[in-house]
Design a binder for this molecule. Sequence first.
Ligand code: COA
Length: 399
Amino acid sequence: MRDYPVRLLDTEEHRAAWDLFRGTMHSPPGKDEDWDRVRGAYLAGRVWGASDPELIGAARSFDAEMALPGGNLVPMAAVTGIGVRAGRTRRGVLTALQTAQLRELAERGVVAASLHATEGAIYGRFGYGVTTLCRDLHVDRHRARLRPETPAGGEVTVYGLEDSVPRWPELYRATGLPRPAMITRPDACWAGYESLAYRISEGMQTVVHQGPDGPDGYATYHVDHDYERPSRLEVFAFHYASPGAFAGLWRFLLSVDLVDEIRALERPLDEPVELLFEDYRVVSVPRTEDESWLRLVDVPTALTARAYGPGSPVVLEVRDPLLPANTGRYRVGPEGAERTDAEPTLRLDVATLAMLYFGAWPASALAAVGRIEVLDAAAPASADTLFGTRTAAWCGSFF
Ligand SMILES: CC(C)(COP(=O)(O)OP(=O)(O)OC[C@H]1O[C@@H](n2cnc3c(N)ncnc32)[C@H](O)[C@@H]1OP(=O)(O)O)[C@@H](O)C(=O)NCCC(=O)NCCS
């Protein structure tokens, strides 16, 4: 494979990067009005390109913070907009873009990078691992009856798309980052959301739940209504800060008329939606899949910044050929993590560490399939409880 030169693009080249990305996703070049919405997501100094001599590949990111188990926030890069022009793929262009982007993130002190992958075979080689999982839920609205003890109370207000877009950042802030792997959303992120919402449906609605102290939950949805086939209400965002808001939003969604089925997309695995209903089976789960991929850019900081569960300490020996400063041994125990010279009890690569980091898979499962090399037979069980999280990690932000 050739070693492609890549560089940070000038802002005048950002639209070309956007069009290139759209092309790789089989979309036509974007219209001016769409670019006006999305341009804020293309930040100076954050868009990489490869030229030959015309632009043939692009990758970008925006900076945010990521919530860790225990509540600390660390600087992260939300990586997106990745594509290589058809006819120029499989020649090392993405490899060059990834290498440059990750090295630059490391130099800037970014602790982790995260992305949502179009295909599962692309990013493991660059040290990314599946770190959160999600499931889609389909609710048979006509059969769905809430159990009598379901929390009640709290008013809801519904806004159309134009009125709701300016409210989203404040609503998202009000619901907090209750799960590990959730991220703050800077303006660049909202630019992408606005553009996406208009592309999905101008009929998109936002329902806001008012708790005792103001808004404490919101959901965005649109109804695909057609007399010829069952009508669907599709839920995109759904964030809440209290059980009352969770139940109140579901109570509202079930009340929307001319709807046969409610589809809630990419929800956390342990969200208790089925438990709201008299009949557990009104909810079906057609899809469970990887939600976000994590690349630990600064392993020592990532390991020291999160809190751990109970368990005997383990010594991880981590390999990271792309960012070799991460390679080394780390002692991880209930009190925290630090570099060590001690003999390793578990040996793994940095992508597998990403899979372990938020507890998406227990260490014992990763060991059982050979992704973790076990040097002390007791270590996987210890790592299971050390890295396990009380609630399932979930990113909840698509970018
Ligand atoms: C995914 C994509 C960016 C890969 O770009 P690329 O320049 O072909 O990647 P590279 O040539 O650097 O590939 C590096 C390695 O990854 C492999 N690889 C890359 N894309 C792959 C894919 N989609 N499936 C399986 N393997 C893939 C290559 O075969 C190569 O393996 P090798 O080192 O063993 O030979 C490009 O195919 C693309 O634009 N796809 C459509 C848009 C898309 O899915 N973007 C990703 C958004 S998250």
